[in-house]
Design a binder for this molecule. Structure first.
Ligand code: ADP
Length: 198
């Protein structure tokens, strides 16, 4: 059984995943896998370099994500092409990791900021949204990352609005309060998920 964990930037997805991890649950982060499939030596990176040239590579041969983002940000057709190359590979690799984790975990988590937006929710049995008010998302992201308020607001605007995300959730964790409160919700859901596997 795969549970999809999502939430906006700074909502606490990684924190919640780690708490499930402490209870023995395996998880994979879609952002990590998105980076993995464009690492040097991967066919997706070769395809990207062939299309956009050496400008999208750093000196060490790794993908220059900032340059690539600029190219596709201003050109929807290039963006569509990039997604047609990366999305199937991300999906395949995610499933590979999850299958592996399933051998040692009663159920597994797919953690993805864009679970609904990318259609990855089709891979999961249930969706779990980690929820905090937007002001808290902003404050926690600014405290965690070296980014400007304007950059965080741009990311917030590109993600699903909070009410839409919540309306699509099977389960919700309120992460607006202390970590103990979140931990208790994780423990309760873990019991629910274990009980639902028979
Ligand atoms: P995401 O993975 O959704 O971007 P994180 O799990 O990294 O979010 O959480 C964002 C930041 O907020 C991190 O610095 C984290 O330590 C902090 N954080 C997470 N949950 C709480 C909480 N309940 N109270 C206070 N800070 C929190």
């Amino acid at each position: 059984m795969i549970i999809g964990v999502t939430g906006g930037i700074g909502s606490g997805k990684s924190t919640v995943a780690r708490l499930f991890g402490e209870l023995g649950i395996g998880w994979v982060d879609a952002d990590d896998v998105a980076r993995e499939i464009v690492a040097p030596g991967e066919p997706a990176l070769d395809a990207i370099t062939e299309r956009f040239g050496m400008q999208v590579l750093n000196n060490d041969g790794s993908l220059n994500r900032a340059t690539l983002r600029e190219i596709v940000f201003t050109d929807p057709s290039q963006r569509a092409w990039l997604e047609s190359v990366t999305h199937p590979r991300i999906r395949e690799r995610l499933l590979e990791h999850l299958r592996q984790l399933c051998t040692q975990s009663p159920y597994v988590l797919l953690v993805s900021p864009l679970l609904f937006e990318s259609g990855q929710d089709a891979l999961v049995k249930r969706t779990l949204v980690v929820d905090v008010p937007e002001a808290e998302q902003l404050a926690r992201t600014l405290a965690r990352d070296h980014v400007s308020e304007q950059q965080v607001r741009a990311i917030l605007a590109a993600q699903l609005p909070r009410d839409v995300r919540l309306s699509r959730a099977d389960d919700v964790i309120d992460n607006s309060r202390g970590r103990n409160y979140t931990q208790r919700q994780v423990a309760a859901l873990d019991q629910q998920y274990r009980n639902s596997i028979t």
